[in-house]
Design a binder for this molecule. Structure first.
Ligand SMILES: Cc1cc2nc3c(=O)[nH]c(=O)nc-3n(C[C@H](O)[C@H](O)[C@H](O)COP(=O)(O)O)c2cc1C
Length: 168
């Protein structure tokens, strides 16, 4: 799929068939994630790929907006290593990685949605406890992924009032 078409057509998809996404396609999504831009090219990201049904089902126990994981094929937890990037740039880098996963998933015909974790202390703790994340690493978000039959129309978010030319 052409890049602009993939960006403009991406939507949050929360309904999945339950079918498994092949591992090769998950690798493609991780490659897309790791090709995101990164401040000082530090690439502070880590990714926990979750395909264990028992673990997927544990996330909604502490994350109130993640019920779709009940039908998801995989989740990818995106985390920043604060020992590698000790400024807030880790957030920017990991957010860019998440967006790359979402766009790539859409381009490949899969459904995906970003589940926010950081900056909620409760969600950070829940995620760190469930996945055994070390102290110097912080989860930014979780991507829920699945095979979907749902098609949502592209949004038309363009807003001329938010565009400023040369000055505010
Ligand atoms: C930082 C962030 C956190 C989000 N957290 C959740 C979430 O916890 N659960 C969820 O279902 N959607 C979540 N979303 C998806 C938004 O609800 C969605 O992007 C928004 O409603 C716009 O819809 P669209 O993605 O289809 O354009 C999150 C999106 C972002 C950027």
């Amino acid at each position: 799929m052409e890049a602009l078409k993939a960006i403009m057509g991406r939507r949050s998809i929360r309904k999945y068939t339950g079918e498994k996404i092949p591992e090769g396609d998950i690798k493609n999504l991780l490659e897309a994630a790791m090709n995101a831009p990164s401040a000082h090219n530090k690439q502070p990201w880590h990714f926990i790929v979750v395909d264990d049904r028992a673990v997927l089902d544990k996330v909604p126990e502490y994350h109130g907006y993640s019920k779709m994981l009940g039908q998801a094929s995989h989740a990818i937890v995106v985390l920043g290593d604060n020992a590698v990037q000790d400024t807030d740039f880790w957030i920017h880098d990991c957010a860019a990685a998440i967006e790359n996963i979402l766009i790539a998933a859409h381009a490949m015909g899969y459904g995906a949605v970003w589940l926010g974790v950081h900056p909620s202390e409760a969600l950070i703790k829940g995620t760190k406890d469930l996945f055994g994340v070390p102290g110097h690493v912080t989860p930014l978000g979780i991507v829920s992924l699945g095979v979907t039959t749902v098609e949502k129309p592209p949004r038309e978010n363009y807003n001329e009032e938010r565009v400023h030319w040369n000055k505010w």
